[in-house]
Design a protein around this ligand. Structure first.
Ligand code: SF4
Ligand code: MSK
Length: 675
């Protein structure tokens, strides 16, 4: 520990058992290390603080000052009519639905406000007000322009000519930014969905009008004394969540691709072992990759590397945490140092010279941990500061982003000499192939002649690939770190289900070695292994950050377009999962997946158990409406098999279940012959 600092953390009465807390050896080592040093982490706090038994069931209302009203289920259960009510008469269903809706609103707001920041910087780029950012993927801009109603060609004397590129960029920027507050119409990107899905939303009256409005309307409807029909509240949940998935988040992904480049597969590593004792280590954490793009460029410049060397380091090692980490992984191969629950541990290595945070998923306790070490903790976003006095604030501004980035890199390099004697970086790290996207899946699994996702569809139809699963989301200190993600994914790929992953799930699966083509031989069923080996892809494809769940929606849409698997996302042999969810964003994502027709299973308890009718509505009745529905299953093997059962149900409905039986028989025969 740094000699100049003192520990201000309070030692909890009970400490976490490192082995029981995580399946990752690096995390286990670092929890133990933290405890030896007397530094408290989230794992210890999870032992000493238990969740509220009423809140976890979704039936605590504090929407007015006559409450909080708490409506616990009677121990003996409910016989006859459920008479529980708050002071105003709100039923458990209303209360749980309002709480659920507010989670959707917060989650959609977080993704979409990120999208707005990206759109604002893009407008600066289009107006040529900043030199630090450029358009790196002009083809992507031309691809998305028509969705905003922006023409890419112009008729001159009966001839179609390319329009001025700068004009297109400016118009796209203005139209994109207008999506947050336009007074009329509905969101531009909704028509990217398969036509039957778009028509269903339209018929249900659930097309989002503008992004901000749908979030505001949730806050209004869930105010005391407004919407008291849980089914009607869920309709608005759908509208706001679609404004996220097919709106704010999708625009964030696209404009980031336009400005920073669309990802393509690349090799990297993952876990705390990527940090280097003899390098300046800068850890970048959060969600918005605006400043971090500049930090990557600065840290890779000869000027900054030379500067670090003058301070006694051999170079600069960047590492990511959470989704800013995923963004710079996908585009630059910067390795993630860890997922959500490892953020404190990166500092506890004693080798983190600076941790740079922007928005979302940042523990306030980082400041307390940083006090115990030499680490400079730097907040960079005007909406996300910390009260502790050891935190430095360097505010992001696109007009001088590179200057800010260099200042941060220099600060970290200057700090290299201040490390204490006790550095401990765990050795553990794994190789990964990341950087997949809608386009690269098409490249690897598309057909040469027919384009699109033909080969992928063909392999689903012939049964080599049983179906597709989207495994996304967080870690949760109430769940053994990484265990659910890894167990579910191993079970899925063993059963020939191709996995698409994003967020901390992607980081988790990378650190457990599941993101390499070689994984196919070890863990996959014969059909999926054959496909992965033939085309040279991992059975788990990392599609990026949490906002990049929009890539999963678009990949599913491409599968529908390629043909042979129905005409809507709800027809596909596909399912979604957030095994260790914790964030309100996960609820927003879950709702837009469900409303897009996807059966979506969460691993950790949903706040619904105290409102059985509302829970039944989400877990069963929604399927009638959307084709997708919610579910929750904490047991990872059962969780995987619920997804597989759904996939098989869809295969049967498509009439392709027999093809798979044949494939399996062929493979068994082959194995018998080989034996
Ligand atoms: Fe209680 Fe109704 Fe107020 Fe909620 S809105 S705190 S249920 S009185
Ligand atoms: S970072 S939202 S913990 S996935 Fe996107 Fe990870 Fe969940 Fe934050």
């Amino acid at each position: 520990m740094s000699e100049t600092t003192t520990t201000t953390t309070i030692k909890p009465k009970k400490l976490a058992d490192p082995i029981a807390s995580s399946i990752d050896p690096a995390t286990q080592e670092m929890i133990k290390r933290a405890q030896e040093l007397g530094v408290e982490t989230v794992f210890d706090r999870a032992v000493t603080m238990k969740p509220c038994n009423i809140g976890i069931q979704g039936i605590c209302c504090k929407n007015c000052a006559m409450g909080p009203c708490r409506l616990p289920l009677p121990k003996a259960g409910i016989e006859g009519e459920d008479t529980r009510k708050g002071l105003c008469g709100a039923t458990p269903n209303t209360i749980a639905a309002r709480n659920f809706a507010r989670m959707v609103a917060a989650g959609a707001a977080a993704h979409s406000d990120h999208g707005r920041s990206v759109a604002e910087v893009f407008l600066s780029v289009a107006r040529k007000e900043t030199n630090d950012y450029k358009i790196k993927d002009p083809a992507k801009l031309l691809q998305i322009a028509p969705y905003f109603g922006v023409a890419t060609t112009v008729e001159v004397d009966g001839e179609s000519l390319d329009r001025d590129f700068d004009e297109i960029a400016l118009e796209v920027a203005e139209k994109a930014l207008a999506e947050w507050g336009k007074p009329e119409g509905t969101l531009a990107y909704l028509k990217r969905a398969p036509a039957p899905l778009y028509e269903r939303w339209k018929k249900l009256g659930e097309l989002p009008r503008n992004i901000d409005r749908e979030i505001v309307e949730i806050m209004h409807r869930t105010h005391m004394g407004v919407d008291q029909d849980y089914k009607n509240i869920v309709k608005q949940c759908t509208r706001a969540s679609l404004a996220d998935g097919w709106g704010g988040a999708m625009i964030a992904t696209d404009l980031q691709d336009v400005m920073f480049g669309s990802p393509s597969p690349l090799q990297s590593e993952a876990n705390l072992g990527i940090m280097k004792e003899d390098h300046v280590n800068i850890i970048i954490h959060g969600h918005e990759p605006l400043l971090s793009e500049m930090i990557v460029a600065a840290a890779q410049s000869a000027e900054m590397i030379d500067y670090a060397k003058t301070k006694g380091a051999k170079g600069i090692q960047l590492g990511g945490i959470c989704c800013t980490g995923n963004e710079i992984l996908q585009r630059h191969g910067v390795p993630p140092a860890g997922n959500f629950l490892q953020q404190e541990l990166a500092i506890i290595t004693g080798a983190c010279d600076a941790m740079v945070v922007d928005v979302q998923c940042v523990f306030q306790n980082l400041a307390n941990v940083a006090k115990c070490f030499h680490t400079k903790l730097i907040t960079t976003h005007p909406i996300a500061k910390m009260e502790q006095d050891n935190v430095i604030h360097i505010e992001f501004d696109e007009h001088h982003a590179m200057e800010d980035a260099k200042r941060i890199v220099k600060m970290a390099s200057d700090n290299f000499k201040n490390r204490g004697a006790e550095i401990m970086i765990p050795k553990h790290k794994a190789t990964q192939i990341a950087g997949f996207g809608v386009e690269s899946i098409e490249y690897h699994l598309g057909g040469t002649f027919r384009g699109s996702y033909y080969t992928l569809n063909d392999n689903i139809i012939n049964g080599r690939i049983r179906g597709i699963a989207g495994i996304v989301g967080c870690n949760n200190a109430r769940v053994k770190h990484n265990e659910e993600h890894v167990t579910i994914v191993k079970e899925l790929i063993k059963n020939d289900v191709l996995v698409l992953t994003t967020g901390c799930s992607g980081i988790t699966l990378a650190m457990h070695g599941l993101l390499t083509p070689e994984t196919a031989q070890v863990f996959c069923g014969p059909g999926l292994a054959e496909v992965c080996e033939t085309v040279g892809i991992p059975p788990v494809l990392h599609l990026g950050s949490c906002v990049d769940n929009s890539r999963i929606l678009l990949a599913a849409t491409e599968v529908v377009k390629a043909g042979g698997l129905g005409n809507d996302i709800r027809d596909l042999p596909a399912a979604g999962s957030a095994p260790e969810w914790m964030s309100e964003k996960a609820i927003a994502i879950g709702q837009y997946f469900v409303a897009s027709g996807v059966y979506t299973v969460f691993g950790y308890q949903m706040p619904l158990d105290g409102a059985p009718k509302f829970k039944n509505y989400l877990y069963n009745e929604l399927e009638e409406i959307y084709g997708g529905k919610w579910d929750c299953e904490p047991d990872p093997i059962k969780h995987a098999h619920k997804m597989i059962a759904h996939i098989d149900k869809k295969r049967k409905a498509l009439g392709i279940d027999k093809a798979r039986e044949r494939v399996l028989m062929d493979m068994a025969d082959r194995q018998a012959l080989e034996a």
